[in-house]
Design a protein around this ligand. Structure first.
Ligand SMILES: Cc1cc2nc3c(=O)[nH]c(=O)nc-3n(C[C@H](O)[C@H](O)[C@H](O)COP(=O)(O)OP(=O)(O)OC[C@H]3O[C@@H](n4cnc5c(N)ncnc54)[C@H](O)[C@@H]3O)c2cc1C
Ligand code: SF4
Ligand code: SF4
Length: 569
């Protein structure tokens, strides 16, 4: 009869991995169960380092990420998902509070890489390439690094001291960042000959016009430019928000056009500068691309919403204010974005009065500024930039690629894209193929023994009072306390990894021997050894007993010698 042997076989959790079933795990590939396990043991320093292995912007992602990881958390099917994002913030802020910085990594490969654009994608590529031993220089047009994370997202969502620390962590590792260095298409041939590889990560920053009569009137502003003006201002730097509100005169009534991140950041910033804001959107709330939490927060700050309204024209009133006409709409069949298309309703118009109109209707790729006529093809550029060295050495990362096909994506996707580009560039420079992620079977909910776990609510996030959001950009969401963070981390099932819970030992007594090894966050650790002569039904019970699917059985004749040798006595 065929004999089966048990083995430990850690699996990726659904929150952490993407797979062929399009499970939307963390695009930055954060090792979620391992960072949460460290936190559940009150070991915040290990949690901080586990996160830094994959994500240089955990402090940011713990605040502004769309957290697709929580949508795929196994606990969602049990009671509610683990508070992964809020816990990521606590772990990242542990490093910030203690000023943890890395050692400088030496240049070991003799290869030089230039990155154009210090946003999430460019800086992530730079961070990983530095860790692989390359010499990396980032050229950034603005006087501060961080891209849209820094000049798009307002400080009440991502405080500047946290952003500065995350960027310092990257530069301390040895990445050179040259600020106020705008690269043009004529600089590219020189960069291509000075460096062995060149990454363009200049984002999707080209703002669109509404394309309606009157959309170039004074008083009509563009969303990202407006946010940049605020976020990079000297008044913001010195905390003089009243002076800022005097200089950037948003008037009393601000009409914001759009339904994505930019629309909400614009409206909430305008309110903080003392204006009333209303968001006009051509579809309905469920088609908005901003995260539902943003919509709720904006509503609580008194921002109004008018849906199913298509801008038609703008006129200037005698007193200098603006009158904008909209056509009412209904939802029709889906468009290329997969969302239901707004269909104008004939003869149904209305007009609104506003002092400023700020458009937030999407941005597109900046690639054409550097490679005229170039189009993304994976991480490469299709279309010959007319110089073979440049063609060969040129790579892309982040929204500069995706901003072609659709509107800009999520920051965590730009981080994942930065990792992918770093791997491609490393292969190009050294011929070495690195693998990230895992193609192992995923520890899905159906494979968890949920009877071992207890129902327990998620944490309730606390926000600062509404009165404290006027004429200041203080962070609105407060962090979880250390005690609550430990309790919330314990809610994690730790899907697919052995946590030394001892259930298998208890069930497999006689066929499994205890072996005390320290828990290692980065390894497929196993803490027990099987006794080969005693592989019986008891051993199978040990496999069956594991709450988190960390063991398999394999036919004895299969080629598992190395593993079996390691896991058996
Ligand atoms: C207002 C706003 C709010 C957002 N909020 C969220 C959010 O809450 N959560 C989320 O997940 N996503 C959010 N997004 C989307 C997210 O910001 C982007 O997907 C992400 O930042 C893209 O990163 P990137 O590195 O590709 O590009 P960017 O962040 O755009 O970085 C590009 C960098 O390149 C620089 N650059 C451009 N041209 C040149 C040049 N010629 N020479 C040198 N440097 C150059 C730019 O100055 C910039 O620093 C938001 C977007 C906007 C506009
Ligand atoms: S970066 Fe975003 S998706 Fe990844 S673990 Fe953090 S919150 Fe989840
Ligand atoms: S329970 Fe923990 S390991 Fe499992 S999917 Fe959720 S966060 Fe990930």
């Amino acid at each position: 009869m065929k004999k089966y042997l048990p083995i430990y076989h850690a699996k990726p959790s659904p929150c952490y991995t993407s797979d062929h079933l399009k499970n939307p795990g963390c695009p930055a590939r954060n090792d979620i169960p391992r960072f949460l396990f460290a936190m559940s043991n009150d070991d915040f320093e290990t949690a901080f380092h586990v996160l830094k292995k994959t994500n240089p912007f955990s402090g940011g992602c713990g605040r502004f990420c769309d957290h697709p990881c929580e949508t795929s958390c196994n606990r969602e099917k049990f009671d509610t998902p683990v508070d992964i994002m809020a816990l990521e913030r606590v772990a990242a802020d542990f490093g910030f509070d203690r000023g943890i910085l890395p050692e400088t990594i030496p240049d070991t490969t003799g290869k030089r890489v230039a990155v154009v654009g210090a946003g999430a994608a460019g800086l992530t590529s730079a961070f990983f390439l530095k860790r692989l031993g390359h010499s990396v220089t980032v050229f950034e047009a603005e006087r501060k690094a961080g891209g849209l994370m820094r000049f798009g997202i307002p400080r009440y969502r991502y405080p500047d001291d946290i952003a500065s620390y995350e960027i310092e962590y990257i530069s301390r590792s040895g990445v050179r960042i040259e600020l106020s260095s705008r690269i043009t298409d004529s600089d590219l041939p020189r960069l291509a000959s000075d460096f062995d590889a060149l990454i363009i990560a200049t984002g999707a920053l080209k703002e669109r016009n509404m394309g309606i009569p009157g959309d170039d009137l004074p008083g009509i502003w563009k969303g990202v430019s407006f946010l940049k003006e605020i976020n990079l201002s000297s008044e913001m730097e010195s905390g003089k928000i009243e002076e800022l509100s005097g200089r950037i005169d948003t008037g009393r009534r601000v009409a914001v056009i759009g339904g994505g991140y930019t629309a909400f950041d614009v409206a909430r910033s305008a309110v903080r500068l003392g204006s009333e804001a209303t968001v006009y959107y051509r579809r309905t709330p469920s088609q908005m691309t901003a995260h539902p939490g943003e919509i709720e927060e904006a509503g609580s700050e008194g921002i109004g919403f008018v849906f199913l309204s298509i801008p038609v024209s703008v006129e200037k009133n005698g007193d200098g204010s603006l009158r904008m006409t909209f056509q009412r709409a209904k939802l029709g069949p889906p468009d290329e974005s997969g969302r239901e298309r707004p269909v104008p309703l004939e003869g149904q118009y209305f007009a609104v009065e506003a002092d400023r109109i700020i458009t937030a209707i999407g941005e597109s790729s900046t690639l054409g500024d550097l490679v005229p006529g170039g189009k993304p093809e994976g991480n490469r550029v299709a279309g010959d930039p007319g110089n073979p060295t440049l063609t060969e050495r040129l790579f892309l990362s982040g929204d500069v690629r995706s901003g072609f096909a659709s509107n800009i994506g999520m920051i965590v996707e730009a981080i994942g894209s930065g990792q992918d580009t770093a791997i491609d560039v490393h292969r190009f420079l050294t011929g070495q193929q690195l693998s990230i992620g895992s193609d192992r079977e995923i520890a899905y909910y159906s494979t968890m023994k949920v009877r071992y776990f207890e129902e327990l609510s998620r944490a309730r996030l606390t926000r600062i009072p509404l009165v404290d959001r006027h004429l200041n950009f203080r962070e609105t969401t407060l962090p979880l306390s250390r005690e609550v963070a430990v309790e919330m981390a314990k809610r994690c099932f730790f899907c697919g990894i052995c946590t030394q819970c001892d259930w298998c030992y208890d069930y497999g007594r006689g066929a499994i021997a205890k072996l005390m090894v320290p828990w290692n966050p980065h390894e497929d650790a196993h803490f027990f050894k099987f006794i080969r002569e005693l592989v019986t039904d008891k051993t199978k019970e040990a496999v069956w007993a594991c709450p988190r699917n960390t063991m398999d059985v394999v036919p004895e004749e299969e080629r598992w010698e190395a593993i079996i040798e390691d896991q058996y006595i």
